[in-house]
Design a protein around this ligand. Sequence first.
Ligand SMILES: Cc1ncc(COP(=O)(O)O)c(C=O)c1O
Length: 488
Amino acid sequence: MTRYKTLAHTMAKEIRSGNIPVGARMPSLRHVIAQHGVSQSTASHAYYLLEEWGLVRAQERSGYYVTQGAGIAVDVKRKVRPDFESGKFDISNLVFSVFDAAKHPGIVPLGSAFPSPHLFPLRRLAKSLAQSAKLISPWSTVVDLPPGNEQLRRQIALRYMGIGISQPMEEIVVTNGALEALNLCLMAVTRPGDVVAVEAPGFYAALQAIERLDLRAVEIPVDPVTGLDLDALARALDTHPIKACWFMTNFQNPTGVTLSTEKKKALVELLARNEVPLIEDDVYGELHYQADYPLPARAFDRHGLVMHCSSFSKTLAPGYRIGWAAAGRYTQEVQRLKLMTTLSASIPAQVGIADYLQHGGYDRHLRKVRSALSTQRDLIRIAIRRWLPQAVVRSYPDGGYFIWLEFPDEIDAMALHRLAIAKGISITPGAIFSASRAFRNCIRLNYGHPWSTRIETAIRELGELVPAASRSAASTWSDNASPDIDSN
Ligand SMILES: Cc1ncc(COP(=O)(O)O)c(C=O)c1O
């Protein structure tokens, strides 16, 4: 490695470990030259590289400063205010801090929320985009306003039909990804102060939406093997004025668990008896490894109470930001909210995806992705058994690309996350999946990237870091590396 790269890596380590905090001014060039015995050119090049990695930014006539994005040493724990009794909380800071720390180029993406871009037929999709864009009518700006492009909604409705669900295309509203669909559905059925049932552990974006809309959350436990605890949900419905539920019934994020068909039916019946709508997040449904798509709860809904949300982000085109809500009896409200908030999803992206669905070989592509992901699941399970013997893996996902690990209680996954980031490895600590900051000894790993020695090595290194993340080690460790480990 050249001298400037070695120097840049040394300084990056200091930043990532928290020794040089976010916002701090970096040592001057003169100081670096004297301290490391390097030339001016080496010192300058090292700073250029740090800038390229997003760790520092130059401020004219003042020097270099550590960026927000480098923020692994921010005081996330103290910023989180868990207040489960009232159901109000502040999860966003914790989530942003974890993902900011993990988004630097070059980091091993075990903590990423995305699968590898290499899994997607981007070239074929670009061809569909180019061909269909040429044919876009000048009137499409008006015609394709919500509920969205007709051809695309027809293709989506056909996919429902393919798995035995009769889904009128009139009830499909095209959105900017599933996240917008989920948020619009939540807005359609709640008012500030309302109570919403969410999963624990569950997708952090549900918690962020609840926080943003000034709602309150009741957490319903999810077991990595059996899924959502329906008895707990029934008790919660009896004791809280729940206005909506936001659940994943297939390949749940983060545990990977899928509810059995019986449980899905029982869930739909329970909610129908209580007249409570279900916002069903099914973004990973198409990534099933077994022959058939496990029917979502939507398939058993007879009352229009299930709002089924999904997208092409995890299966085909992450950057196109096309998703939808099949919103049942709430369709009109969701459509109006879509118009009022972001007006419309990108029309070229809608027609491009519609063309691909019709002519591009989507099912063939999906078969390839499913097969790759199921192989990668087996490989990561072997690697975990070999290199992370401290972890208990109860989850055995049959779809998607997440696996959930539980460590002994004394392991602090936030500390492990920070130690891992300093080594260039991202993981997702369990605390971000719950308003009450439970699951502090758990992590989620992403196996959506082609298997490589780099990933295997990262898992081995993670295993080596585990002892240093135990709460007893944390106090010693925090003296040297990170002043904000909370060892309670
Ligand atoms: C469970 C879950 N739901 C929804 C989304 C958002 O999907 P989209 O990218 O289509 O907005 C994600 C993305 O990470 C997710 O993991």
